[in-house]
Design a binder for this molecule. Structure first.
Ligand SMILES: [Zn+2]
Length: 255
């Protein structure tokens, strides 16, 4: 299928729409992906909605939210690296394909490929599969630890104690924070749409900008809890005090 203006509009619309979810919800477990999809659904233009509905018709009853977690449930050795990109902790967060995305195996290259397939695949089934990936990977690209540092596997190896339980920094962002705020994805999405207050979706549709932004968030002071007293207590948006660290360290048993 050729890249008609309508299909290009659909791709741009989905990307721009999903990009609006740069509000304080960066937690991209299943709930997070469904939230991203629900927000995208809320901002679809009539034109894009028509195209999305036509693709969703491939799977009766499907919604953007219901297909948003498919890519995580169907990971393979080939696609497992499509969900993130690694940066150098000591670098400046500039995305360099040869270094950050060897052999095109990272979320940026995967997104660009699937965005192309969304418009170029010859079959409806092919375009539907691309939609599953685009809806999912746009979410992943906005989780700062999916644009994290390879040395700790995007925070997966950084143990923390949060909300009364032991976890790691990546899981904290993927699921724990969002569950702490609202466990209902539809309700959470409605909050975000309301908070956006009618503002149009973010217009930067370049996945490179999203992952570079995520990497810069990872570098922000306090994003990583102090290392002097791990495992430790971490509170969203603030560094824990030394006494908190030690108190938590006394009660938390490392895995
Ligand atoms: Zn993923």
């Amino acid at each position: 299928m050729s890249e008609s203006p309508l299909n290009k509009a659909l791709a741009a619309s989905l990307i721009g729409i999903c990009a609006v979810v740069s509000l304080p919800a960066h937690a991209w477990g299943y709930e997070g992906h469904e939230i991203v999809a629900d927000v995208a659904q809320a901002y679809l233009t009539p034109q894009a909605r028509q195209r999305v509905d036509a693709l969703l018709a491939v799977e009766p009853g499907a919604t953007l939210a219901s297909i948003s977690t498919w890519a995580d449930k169907h990971r393979s050795p080939t696609t497992s690296k499509w969900h993130y990109v690694n940066f150098d902790r000591n670098g400046d967060c500039t995305y360099r394909p040869k270094i950050n995305c060897p052999k095109g195996r990272c979320v940026v290259a995967a997104l660009n490929k699937e965005i192309h397939r969304l418009t170029a695949s010859r079959t409806q089934q092919g375009r539907f599969k691309a939609l599953r990936y685009v809806v999912h990977l746009v979410g992943d690209a906005h989780q700062p630890l999916h644009a994290g540092f390879g040395d700790d596997r995007g925070g997966n190896r950084y143990q923390v104690h949060a909300f009364g339980r032991g976890t790691n920094l990546h899981a904290l962002w993927d699921t724990k924070m969002i569950q702490q705020i609202d466990r209902n994805p539809s309700d959470y999405a409605a909050r975000l749409v309301a908070a956006a207050n009618g503002q149009p979706p973010v217009t930067d549709t370049n996945p490179v900008a999203w992952v570079e932004s995520g990497c810069r968030i990872d570098h922000e002071a306090g994003f990583y809890p102090p290392t002097s007293c791990r495992p430790t207590t971490w509170r969203a948006g603030s560094q824990c005090s030394t006494s908190d660290c030690c108190r938590a360290g006394n009660t938390w048993q490392p895995c």
